[in-house]
Ligand binder design. Structure first.
Ligand code: XLS
Ligand code: NI
Ligand code: NI
Length: 436
């Protein structure tokens, strides 16, 4: 019995359509810059929010109606839920999904039993992947929900908790590999601190790096060639997370000799929690050659936590897609909707509306970004702004032909630098608006 009997396959109907169960902008086969939208965007559904989040908040329990879910932790229910997830993704028309080990199968009383539970559901996931052609964008381990991880996983002061986390990561990588996963993500859920009075920061960072090195080594051992990601987030659940933003992650990866094997998985709401824009985080990652994948969502200007809302703001998706196109695209990463419907949007159909809106917003952002690039006005203005570096003195400095003394000699002779030109921010913002 299908879980969504009254919901058709979601199709592209064009901007004029008023059908809420159709795409108005996402046409998977449409070519943009010579590549299909499907391949540019590589949309992915997250298992945790879409199929496991009961939509509770600190003031009340979950409200979600999920009639297919019997609410038990049985293997049968987990396998049935997995089939429903694939029915949903197939109807939606996404190519990928992502999950934590504990999203798909229940934790048992021992590690061995937990692994057995996971294996049983992985069989179903594999069948469903084969049936639908939907692939695993990335896998990950939940190293933050169980009480054993209260002080962290890789950064726990308890060596046996570190060992348990290592075992969990090993199994998660194996399962990701078995399912042909294209990546593996580390989000440091509790890898941070609540107070520095009880924290040896240097030791915790060393340990976290050790865990990541073990993962890289083990992946090589078993032939898992997927991309490793680290996902920055500044706070929540801890007061300070070590992976606080793109720059902090890059510094950590560089310090511990992990930059070769990791890229960044950037999330919009995490960027804003860190006091940055998503555009900033994308540019920081791209400049270091570490732009990997994105967790697409948005926060709320008036709320100071990770609200994980679906992205609908075209200005935001345009910024994202411009940076992504400039950065050479996302593959093997993708646009992963790490987003949840509001507590008040409790019906199954809201899951469709939410994803359709996010996919359309990104499709529009992609088209706008491609149009901006095709016209080339922004690019020309950027080139113009740095023109002094292309010839004469600028080119000489770039080529390493100068030091402080030779530059002093030149400026002593000239007496003053050439006049500046306007930054033209308002004009640039007006130009962007002409495309929207
Ligand atoms: C939480 C994170 C999490 C990761 C996967 O804020 O975004 O969902 O994406 O562990
Ligand atoms: Ni995320
Ligand atoms: Ni988040």
């Amino acid at each position: 019995m299908p879980a969504f009997p009254n919901i058709p396959h979601i199709r592209f109907e064009g901007p004029e359509s008023s059908n809420p169960l159709a795409f108005r902008h996402y046409d998977p086969d449409e070519l943009v810059e010579g590549k299909t939208m499907r391949d540019h965007l590589r949309f992915s559904v997250v298992y945790w929010h879409t199929f496991r989040n009961p939509l509770g908040d600190p003031f009340g329990p979950g409200t979600a109606l999920r009639p297919w879910d019997d609410g038990t932790e049985s293997i049968e229910n987990s396998q049935h839920r997995a089939r429903v997830a694939f029915e949903f993704m197939e109807k939606l028309g996404v190519g990928f999904y992502a999950f934590h080990d504990r999203d798909v199968a229940p934790e048992g009383p021992s590690l061995a039993e937990t692994n057995k539970n996971l294996d049983a559901v992985v069989v179903t996931l594999r069948e469903e992947q084969e049936r639908t052609g939907i692939g695993l964008l990335w896998g990950t381990a939940n190293l933050f929900s169980h009480r054993r991880y209260m002080h962290g996983a890789g950064t726990s002061p308890n060596a046996e908790v570190f060992a348990f986390a290592a075992a969990q990561v090993k199994k998660s990588i194996e399962v990701t590999h078995e399912l042909g996963g294209e990546g593996y993500t580390f989000w440091g859920g509790r890898e941070g601190y609540q107070t520095l009075w009880n924290t040896d920061m240097r030791r915790e960072l060393d340990h976290l790096a050790k865990l990541l090195h073990m993962a890289v080594d083990y992946a090589k051992e078993i032939g898992f060639a997927g991309q490793f990601y680290i996902e920055p987030k500044p706070k929540e659940p801890t007061k300070h997370q070590y992976d606080s933003d793109a720059a902090a992650c890059l510094n950590f990866l560089r310090q511990y000799d992990l930059l070769e094997d990791f890229k960044l998985n950037l999330e919009t709401n995490h960027a804003t929690l860190a006091g940055h824009t998503m555009q900033h985080e994308l540019e920081v990652a791209a400049a270091a050659g570490a732009l990997g994948s994105i967790d697409a969502n948005r926060g709320d200007l008036l709320l100071g936590w990770d609200t994980d809302q679906f992205p609908t703001d075209i200005y935001l998706t345009t910024q994202c897609m411009l940076s992504i196109l400039e950065g050479g695209g996302l593959a093997p990463g993708g646009v992963n909707f790490d987003a949840k419907v509001r507590r008040e949007s409790f019906e199954p159909i809201d899951l469709f509306y939410a994803h359709i809106g996010g996919m359309d917003a990104f499709a529009r952002g992609l088209k706008v970004a491609a149009a901006i690039r095709a016209e080339g006005r922004l690019e020309a203005m950027l080139r113009e702004r740095y023109a002094s570096w292309e010839t004469g003195l600028g080119a000489e400095i770039s080529a390493g032909k100068h030091g402080l003394a030779s530059l002093e000699a030149i400026m002593l002779e000239k007496g003053e630098s050439a006049p500046n030109v306007s930054g033209r921010q308002e004009l640039l913002e007006n130009i962007i608006n002409t495309y929207l």
